[in-house]
Design a protein around this ligand. Structure first.
Ligand code: BGC
Length: 379
């Protein structure tokens, strides 16, 4: 590779470092905190924009089968949009405990804790004012020989949103220079035992955010089982097979094909935690979780993770709010595929553990790989 520097041609090795990501202002929160936006780019056409409020993925541009780029995630043009009632956790880092905790209560080391009830009668996505999606994180951009990234950090003080212990959280977004993928990794430590369950809450529509529906997307989930819920969407504790139900996505299925056959749920559509099948290749760090495909654009998204579960939510509470670039986000026009531990794990001893103790480090990684479907792939 050749680069012109001070008028002189010099050789730089092919493995040269990628440049650090661009950083710019994204306005202010209503209480005056400055919010920054980081832009990560691959050489093959993926661009991700992530802001410091909520370590939130704001834009994600990926090419279609003709090389035409579209933003495939929901969001707003400004911080005020994210602060509005219409924001249903678009693209944010969700926690300290994502998903629901029954009646906002749990007992740890003999002490009962009470959290905010923000999704009657339960606690949802970490609370009200100071959940991880609403605070402004510190950020550091970085680059190495493989690509560009940004590391967000936040220390949630003891008692914030009712959770015990000071929790130090780090979320890193990384875009490899080669290909079209985004990797999100989480780390957390604590000074007191505390529940932790972190995910990203991106709303995807592979035809482009703002397209009318997601019911025409094809989906595969690497899950033979799921956790049934009661009529407030809290797991009953059972783990049941998906076979012979509209939850069977073990092979590619159209999302809309059986959605209205889901009669035994208060979720108004898909809003279920799937238990990921055990990894078949123990040498790999990540387990295949989901494959999403839009036949109109040819875009595909493959998600792999270290997490044991995935919440598949079909946007049943979207209400036609207006987002970025004046786009309308209609009922069931996006999917969330939230890799995580099971909902309400803190109240289910036989679910995978979500209690982090002092001296331990919580670690979790999810990879979002975009691609193009082969022309023959229709079903
Ligand atoms: C939950 C939904 C909820 C949505 C937006 C999802 O993770 O499963 O029930 O409506 O988040 O808050």
């Amino acid at each position: 590779m050749k680069r012109l520097m001070f008028g002189v041609l010099i050789s730089v090795p092919a493995f040269c470092l990628a440049a650090d990501p661009e950083v710019g202002d994204f306005g202010k929160t209503s209480d005056g905190q400055a919010v920054e936006m980081y832009t990560l780019k691959s050489n093959d056409g993926l661009t991700a924009k992530i802001m410091t409020r909520g370590a939130t993925l704001v834009e994600l541009h990926v090419p279609d089968r003709d090389g035409k780029s579209a933003d495939v995630v929901f969001g707003w043009d400004d911080v005020a949009g994210y602060e509005s009632e219409d924001n249903q956790y678009f693209g944010c880092t969700t926690g300290r405990v994502c998903n629901r905790i029954a009646k906002g209560k749990f007992t740890l080391d003999g002490k009962e804790y009470t959290l905010a009830i923000n999704n009657e009668p339960n606690h949802l996505h970490g609370g009200i004012k100071r959940s991880l999606d609403k605070v402004v994180w510190k950020a550091t951009g970085f680059s190495n020989d493989r690509g560009q990234g940004v590391r967000f950090s936040y220390t949630s003080p003891d008692g914030e949103e009712g959770y015990p212990g000071a929790l130090k959280v780090q979320v890193s977004y990384f875009v490899p220079a080669k290909g079209t993928s985004l990797r999100i990794s989480y780390k957390a430590t604590t000074d007191q035992a505390t529940p932790v369950n972190l995910t990203n809450h991106a709303y995807f529509n592979l035809a482009g955010a703002g397209s009318e529906t997601v019911l025409d997307h094809m989906l595969q989930l690497n899950a033979d089982k799921y956790t049934p819920v009661d009529d407030t969407l809290i797991p009953t504790g059972k783990i049941e097979p998906v076979a012979d139900t509209p939850l069977d996505f073990t092979r590619m299925k159209k999302i809309g094909a059986r959605i209205d056959k889901l009669t035994d749920t208060a979720a108004l559509g898909y809003d279920h935690n799937f238990v990921l099948n055990a990894k078949t290749d123990a040498t790999k760090e990540l387990n295949f979780a989901a494959l999403l495909r839009d036949n109109s654009s040819g875009r595909t998204l493959r998600i792999s993770t270290t997490e044991p579960g995935i919440q598949f939510y079909s946007g049943n509470f979207l209400k036609g709010q207006q987002g970025k670039n004046g786009k309308t986000y209609a009922y069931r026009s996006a999917v969330c595929l939230e890799t995580q531990h099971f909902p309400d794990s803190v109240n289910h001893d036989d679910f995978p553990n979500t209690i982090l103790k002092p001296g331990e480090t919580f670690e979790s990684t999810t990879m979002y790989q975009f691609g193009i479907a082969k022309p023959a792939e229709k079903n």
